[in-house]
Design a protein around this ligand. Structure first.
Ligand code: TYD
Length: 140
């Protein structure tokens, strides 16, 4: 069964006043995991794709805090492309979700919150291998 559902998108509460806007992200509150790492992707060349991997265990939430890009999510059964262009919208990605980010605007800043420290052995960087692992998990 497909894991990709609309509720992958999380609406983030904007605290606004006449000075502007503010959004707060808190572990185990509006972020459904303990945040152990934050990184951001910026100055991405327009024709470039990033991501092109899945994670065995890692959970992440992506927020396009400035500009825009597209995000392809693929759980091995179905694919969905989301446009990210709102600082008040997060996209949750659980484990075993292949992702590709592309169509970056020049000013795009894509922030990612992660449930674990960086661990290369948690990556699945080969798509065929990803599909094999999805099938094994479904059988088990
Ligand atoms: P990678 O995850 O492959 O980028 P993409 O988002 O395009 O999939 O990471 C690119 C490089 O940065 C790679 O050498 C690993 C390194 N890196 C870290 O050192 N720490 C991190 O938290 C991340 C996300 C990447």
């Amino acid at each position: 069964m497909s894991k990709i559902k609309k509720h992958n998108k999380i609406s983030l509460k904007v605290i606004g006043d006449d000075r502007g806007s503010l959004i707060a992200l808190e572990s185990l509150d509006n972020i459904p995991f303990e945040i152990k790492r934050v990184y951001y992707i910026y100055a991405t060349r327009n024709a470039c794709k990033r991501g092109l991997h899945a994670h065995k265990k890692l959970r992440q939430m992506m927020v396009c805090v400035h500009g825009s890009c597209k995000l392809l999510l693929d759980d091995g059964h179905s694919k969905e492309v989301l446009k990210l262009n709102r600082p008040d919208e997060g996209v949750m990605m659980n484990e075993m979700m292949w992702r590709e980010m592309f169509d970056f605007s020049d000013d795009c800043v894509l922030m990612v919150l992660a449930s674990e420290h960086y661990l290369e052995s948690d990556y699945i960087r080969d798509y065929d291998n990803f599909i094999k692992k999805v099938k094994i998990n479904n059988e088990g």
